[in-house]
Ligand binder design. Structure first.
Ligand code: PEP
Ligand code: MG
Length: 538
């Protein structure tokens, strides 16, 4: 058995034969021409035909794979209208007196190269789109048709990369999974895999044509491709496949349904995520929004402080993917169990009671301001709410608001836009915050209860110490009363309250949450539909 490690962009598993897709490149001949006007006309005609084909493809994708997949062809249509792209082709024809196909291929290489060298992963993925539209124009110029690959049985499709047109032209009933050398989680292959609920792994450096016809297993959760898997691996993958089937059955029944009890009480069910890579699961499980984006994972995955640009691009991706649904991003909660070398934090006797989260942000302002700038800039791309962890006093909230106002003025002076409707909230995860929740509610738009920390601080039991588990009664009346009081405080001042700690997914408490008027529960994506099921059975 050989294991090839890549990056899973859609969590599901499959077993089957590999079909290695090889692109038949269009044969481009470099010719010098005497009549530039004629070449320009040929280009314009090929471009018009391409636009017409893309309109047809848009309709096909809409019918077969839904709006999200179809959008890519709309984007392609717009790219064909791009002034820089068109100017480049025309300019090459006029100045170098060359044929249109050659001018398009040079433009394609220049633009694709420019996109792939960008830092932003989303922009890098656009390189495949440029190649795709250029290839279409060239084939129209040459008079060649797109030929879709002949796949005779359901297969794991391996390829160096796949363009949107190629993926859409494949017979869906024959695709078990996608496994590509290039591509990203925002590539079209990933989007299509998500809508089709099939595994997809990108970044598989070790794949080649030699794999064609080999038996394999693929795990989109771990990003692994197993070539000729042994029995143990096969059993593991088959078991995951069974689990997925059960989950899928629930998902199919409950997708699109309301989170409403039999007597008409409603509650929002949102998802907890650690980064943009989790959004596929959020969407697949039909979450109403994101209730907790633990932004510290961006810092944990990095070897130095993530820049404003890196953060902006991650927040933007999540906000755009959620298409206007609420996304609550928590400012970084570093310290305690989440230690990072480059923060150079001192060793502490009691890290959970120590220098962490908002305490770092309020004392090392540069780190905080960078994150706030990224968040504010990202706010124009969706429905953003920001919340702050480990709050213990109203003074901290005043200080945070002052810093935000200052960062807003700074952005305004640089003419950088941001939304003026961003909700601000605090986490209720210290007993102090719960006890003064009536005061805090007058300062913020919402609360989100972090039951993991609230339990450890209320019961004085370190959540990291397994020996203390018997003393960590998560249903302890003290914890539940603090939550209830916080809910009363929030509602007294017309604010909403959610729960984002693990207790939100505890089905034995769902009825209680509804009774005390909790407005939102935020849980791991896999718990969304079981929780919806529980709500609907009350
Ligand atoms: C919590 O404390 O309940 C919470 C959601 O935050 P974290 O688990 O990240 O500390
Ligand atoms: Mg916490």
């Amino acid at each position: 058995m050989e294991i090839i490690q890549g990056k899973g962009v859609f969590g599901a598993v499959a077993v089957g034969k590999i079909f290695f897709y090889r692109r038949q490149d269009a044969n481009i001949i470099h010719r010098t021409v005497s009549d530039a006007l004629k070449e320009k006309e040929r280009y314009e005609n090929a471009r018009d035909s391409s636009i017409a084909q893309l309109s047809a493809l848009y309709e096909k994708a809409l019918a077969e794979a839904g709006e999200e997949s179809a959008q890519i062809f709309d984007i392609h249509r717009m790219m064909l209208d791009d002034r820089d792209y068109n100017d480049s082709v025309i300019n090459i024809i006029e100045t170098q007196l060359v044929n249109a196909e050659y001018a398009v291929s040079v433009t394609s290489e220049n633009f694709a190269g420019m996109f792939s060298s960008m830092d932003d992963e989303y922009m890098q993925a656009r390189s495949a789109d440029v190649k795709d539209i250029s290839d279409r124009i060239i084939r129209n110029l040459i008079g060649e048709n797109y030929s879709s690959p002949e796949i005779s049985e359901p297969c794991i499709i391996c390829a160096d990369d796949l363009t949107p047109s190629e993926t859409l032209n494949m017979d869906k009933s024959r695709i078990l999974a996608f496994a590509t050398k290039h591509g990203s989680s925002t590539s079209h292959t990933a989007i299509l895999a998500r809508t089709m609920n099939i595994p997809a792994v990108v970044g598989l450096d070790g794949i080649s044509e030699e794999l064609d016809g080999k038996f394999a297993a693929i795990d989109g959760y771990t990003g692994r491709l197993y070539i000729e898997p042994n029995e143990e691996t096969l059993a593991l993958i088959t078991n995951k496949q069974e689990q997925d089937k059960i989950q899928k059955a629930i998902l199919e029944q409950l997708k699109g349904k309301d989170n409403v009890t039999s007597d008409g009480r409603r509650i929002d069910i949102f998802a907890n995520i650690g980064g943009p890579q989790d959004v596929d699961a959020v969407i697949a499980n039909d979450a109403g929004g994101i209730g907790l984006f633990r932004s510290e994972f961006l810092y944990l995955e990095s070897s130095d402080y993530p820049t404003e640009q890196v953060q902006l691009s991650a927040y933007r991706r999540v906000l755009e993917a959620m298409s206007g649904k609420k996304v609550v991003i928590r400012t970084m909660d570093i310290g305690a169990d989440k230690q990072i070398e480059y923060f150079k934090l001192d060793k502490e006797e009691n890290p959970a009671l120590g220098y962490r989260a908002i305490r770092i942000c309020l004392t090392r302002r540069n780190i905080f301001r960078t994150q706030l700038r990224a968040l504010l800039r990202a706010s124009v791309y969706g429905n953003l709410a920001v919340m702050f962890p480990m709050i213990t006093s109203v003074e901290e909230v005043h200080e945070i608001k002052e810093i935000i106002d200052d960062v807003k003025s700074e952005l305004a002076s640089e003419s950088i836009p941001f939304s003026d409707t961003i909700e601000l909230g605090v986490m209720i995860e210290t007993p102090a915050a719960a006890v003064i929740s009536d005061i805090l509610a007058q300062e913020v738009d919402f609360f989100s209860v972090g039951t993991n920390d609230l339990t450890q601080y209320t019961l004085a039991a370190d959540r990291q110490n397994p020996k203390l588990e018997p003393f960590c009664d998560t249903h302890h009346e003290a914890v539940l009363r603090l939550i209830e009081y916080s809910a009363k405080s929030a509602h007294k001042y017309g604010k909403w309250i959610g729960i984002c700690g693990e207790l939100a997914a505890d089905l034995s408490l769902t009825e209680r949450w509804l009774r005390i008027g909790i407005d939102e529960l935020s849980v791991s994506p896999a718990y969304i539909l079981p929780l919806r099921d529980a709500v609907r059975k009350i």
